[in-house]
Write a protein that binds this ligand. Structure first.
Ligand code: ATP
Ligand code: MG
Length: 300
């Protein structure tokens, strides 16, 4: 543990009908920690992250950040909170048709408030920030390439650069390596850890399998059926703890890097994070969505 307590999750629960996705979760998260949340498919990992950035409203409980209640924020304050929480997704969520640099600059939209024209609204200083972020992630040479010409691992690093431009207080990463081969998965986890260590940004990272959590995280939170069943340092994760998290039948899944997240059909698209307006298409907090390639209309 390091830093002062920054994020306090108190008795947080979320039910969908009869399913309790998050069940009475309480966690104290100090500034600058890198936390891996592990658990089987359906354990509640994604729901917990969405509750933190207020893409979902809790059924019960509270979230406090730096002493302020997050669960009751409205309007501008809610938008500011969402800008403080950068999200990183399994599927990268880049705008395929735009070049890498512009994708990274999209991270600024959260800080701009309004946004109408891509070319005009970014300052030279912002462009320099974007290039520096790409350079740090070893992607400066790809800056002018279309996003969809990059490998999955490169695309996820672009998403991390975009998150950096948002100047977040927290990075919430939902299975960031589930679609990547082991080599790219390692590079992405290293990038997250570098940002965590060098910039002191708290990272909460959902991971399906525990080997990456063990290797990269200061703290592991194990979830099962919505509840926290383990919370401690990687060294404290005994076989018994693994059993409690994954169950007897699931222990092999926990070890296998080939197991990836099963996106739940039908709801994932509606409750994603957010940004502004891209050539007339809302992609901001007001739209209740983050940039989605299929919804962006580019005027020439
Ligand atoms: N919007 C929703 N409507 C109904 N049920 C939901 C919704 N979101 C999540 N659930 C249910 O809540 C439970 C937890 O889901 P969640 O997506 O948080 O799990 P997860 O740990 O992220 O799983 P995975 O590893 O597959 O991504 C599941 O039973 C899921 O079906
Ligand atoms: Mg999930």
């Amino acid at each position: 543990m390091k830093g002062k307590q920054m994020l306090e999750i108190r008795q947080l629960s979320k039910s969908f009908g009869r399913t309790t996705a998050v069940d009475d979760v309480s966690l104290q998260i100090p500034e600058g920690q890198m936390i891996g949340i592990i658990g089987r498919s359906g354990a509640g990992k994604s729901t917990l992250l969405r509750l933190l950035n207020r893409l979902l409203e809790p059924t019960a409980g509270a979230v406090r950040f730096a002493g302020a209640e997050v669960t009751t924020l409205k309007g501008r304050e809610l938008l500011a909170w969402r800008a403080d929480c950068a999200m990183i997704f399994q599927q990268f969520n880049l705008v395929n048709r735009l070049d890498v640099l512009t994708n990274v600059l999209i991270g600024r939209i959260n800080r701009h408030g309004t946004f109408s024209s891509l070319a005009k609204h970014f300052t030279a200083a912002e462009r320099a920030l974007a290039i520096a972020a790409l350079d740090r992630l070893d992607l400066a040479d790809q800056a002018l390439q279309r996003a969809d010409t990059l490998s999955g691992g490169q695309q996820q690093r672009v998403a991390i650069a975009r998150a950096m431009l948002q100047e977040p207080k927290l990075i919430l990463a939902d299975e960031p390596i589930a679609s990547l081969d082991p080599r790219n998965a390692t590079r992405v986890m290293e990038a997250l850890r570098t940002i965590n260590r060098e910039d002191g940004i708290t990272v909460i990272c959902n991971l399906h399998t525990l080997d990456k959590a063990r290797s990269y995280c200061d703290r592991i939170v194990g979830m099962s059926q919505g509840a926290v069943v383990f919370d401690g340092a990687p060294q404290a994760l005994t076989q018994a703890a693994v059993h409690a998290i994954y169950g007897a039948a699931g222990e092999e899944d926990a070890i296998s890097e080939s197991v990836t997240s099963t996106a739940l059909p039908g709801f994932a698209a509606e409750d994603r994070p957010v940004s502004g307006q891209l050539n007339g298409t809302e992609i901001g907090p007001r739209a209740g969505q983050e940039p989605r390639p299929d919804r962006v209309v580019l005027s020439a």
